[in-house]
Design a protein around this ligand. Structure first.
Ligand code: EPZ
Length: 431
């Protein structure tokens, strides 16, 4: 299994190109299940999660063709992929696949919308919490599907098709909102989704579906209205830049000091993260082309954050911000409100010398003046990258194990950081 070795102490200086967003690409890749025509996605990141979802979708009958590079293309540009589900060949999503990638549960809604039935394995728990799918199933039931749980599978049927309804989510849910939208776009009649997730990835999905002929209004707000249409066509859509990747590199720059330009980042998609970094002492400026993070000389100040649905501080940046706060002057409180168990990085950060105490859903981080390199590993993607951030300033060498977590969601992480001066290398199996 690959490892990453980092020698701490280098400031970061340079430009980091931001890739297409994993969490936007995944639901966008599922959308072609709704039509016989071709959906072309541009700026698709090269990530293991993307490759895994392509394999899962091909089981259902989605063909994909990856466009070759053209002369003049940026060497690091995202992929352009054509997806087409001319026929759905299987409406079953088996446990072996769904348990490896939770987002594949989202195939439920388009399969039922198009075929009137689907049998999708319940995903089970994961490293960051229990993560139930009850709201997703509730949304499908509201749209008229009959749901039975059989042998660990959600079996959904709607032989006469789905029909528009009012769906009120008790709690903001990204996956629930994706499901409700994909179920409602071709349902008979109109749908009103209340307490919808306003995350930029939801807006990106709605924008793409509207290009395909859907009638969705209000995406990006808590109330989404959808008028069902009889069919969707193909379209071409560019995946949104990854706000979590951008926020992560912003924290790397704030941690090491230096001057980094995050090319292509859209500040409005992670403003809460940028505000917290600015309060910690970095200078944040932005223009139409991206976001610049500078920190020269001044130390880091302790800042309290609480995770919340968009536009609040994202749970997917919580671990990274905690890593930053380990080196701040004073004590910060980091409260996790979205997932009940998302503190797996705490004990690993402690191995590098961080002082963190857990009190329920709050981590109390007492800043230290130095971290020291060690062997570390983490059990999820964002937790793993928080260890990279800490390692960038830790004295000596840190080895981050289980790099496959990073490869699920960060494209060319070591090249992007290395190009800005970080001493970081991948050690392959046997290396
Ligand atoms: C998405 O997960 C993201 N995944 C997560 O990113 C992200 O952390 C999360 O949204 C919150 O922003 C993808 O987009 C692929 P939710 P999702 O439904 O949709 C509870 C990463 O690292 N809930 O918004 O699964 C749930 O337990 C990943 O890239 C129910 O109780 O999250 C949580 O407490 C990790 N019942 C809260 O709602 C349900 O049926 C929000 O979860 C559904 C959710």
């Amino acid at each position: 299994m690959d490892r990453i070795r980092i020698t701490g102490g280098q400031k970061l200086n340079g430009t980091i190109p931001i890739s297409g967003a994993k969490n936007a690409a995944l639901p966008l890749m599922i959308a072609p299940l709704l039509t016989r025509e071709t959906l072309t996605l541009e700026n698709v990141p090269r990530l293991n999660d993307v490759a895994m979802l392509m394999r899962i979708l091909s089981n259902h009958g989605v063909d994909h063709t990856i466009e070759g590079k053209r002369p003049g293309d940026q060497p690091n540009a995202g992929q352009t992929i054509h997806f087409r589900a001319r026929e759905i060949v299987d409406t079953v999503a088996p446990y072996e696949l769904v348990s490896r990638m939770r987002a594949s549960f989202w195939v439920l809604a388009p399969l039922v919308a198009r075929m009137g039935e689907a049998r999708v394995s319940l995903p089970g728990g994961c490293a960051i919490g229990t993560r139930p799918v009850d709201y997703l199933l509730m949304a499908m039931e509201r749209l008229g599907a009959r749901i039975e749980i059989e042998e660990g599978y959600a079996v959904a049927t709607a032989p006469k098709g789905l029909r528009g309804a009012e769906i009120i989510f008790p709690k903001v849910t990204v996956g629930g909102t994706h499901t409700a939208i994909m179920g409602a776009v071709t349902a008979h009649g109109s749908t009103l989704i209340r307490n919808a997730a306003a995350e930029p990835e939801v807006t990106d999905l709605a924008d793409c579906l509207n290009k395909m002929g859907a009638k969705i209004r209000g995406a990006g707000t808590p109330t989404i209205e959808i008028d069902g249409v009889t069919s969707l066509s193909g379209a071409r859509h560019e995946v949104l830049p990854d706000r979590i990747e951008a926020g992560t590199f912003a924290m790397c720059a704030a941690m090491t000091g230096g001057d980094v330009f995050l090319e292509g980042a859209r500040p409005e998609t992670f403003q809460a993260g940028l505000d917290a970094i600015a309060r910690a002492g970095a200078i944040v400026t932005s223009n139409n082309h991206g976001v610049r993070i500078q920190r020269n000389g001044a130390g880091l100040a302790a800042v309290d954050i609480t995770t919340a649905p968009f536009p609040g501080f994202p749970t997917d940046l919580q671990a990274q911000f905690m890593a930053l706060m380990t080196m701040a002057k004073g004590t910060s409180h980091i409260t996790e409100k979205i997932f009940e168990n998302r503190f797996m990085h705490v004990s690993e950060l402690a191995r590098l010398g961080a002082k963190i105490r857990l009190d329920g859903e709050t981590a109390i981080v007492e800043g230290v003046t130095k971290l020291k390199g060690a062997q570390v590993m983490a059990t999820d993607l964002r937790a793993s990258v928080s260890l990279v951030i800490a390692a960038l300033v830790a004295e000596g060498d840190t080895t981050v194990h289980r790099v496959y977590h990073l490869d699920r969601g960060f494209e060319r992480l070591e090249q992007k950081l290395g190009a800005c001066g970080a001493l970081i290398e991948r050690i392959s199996e046997g290396g």
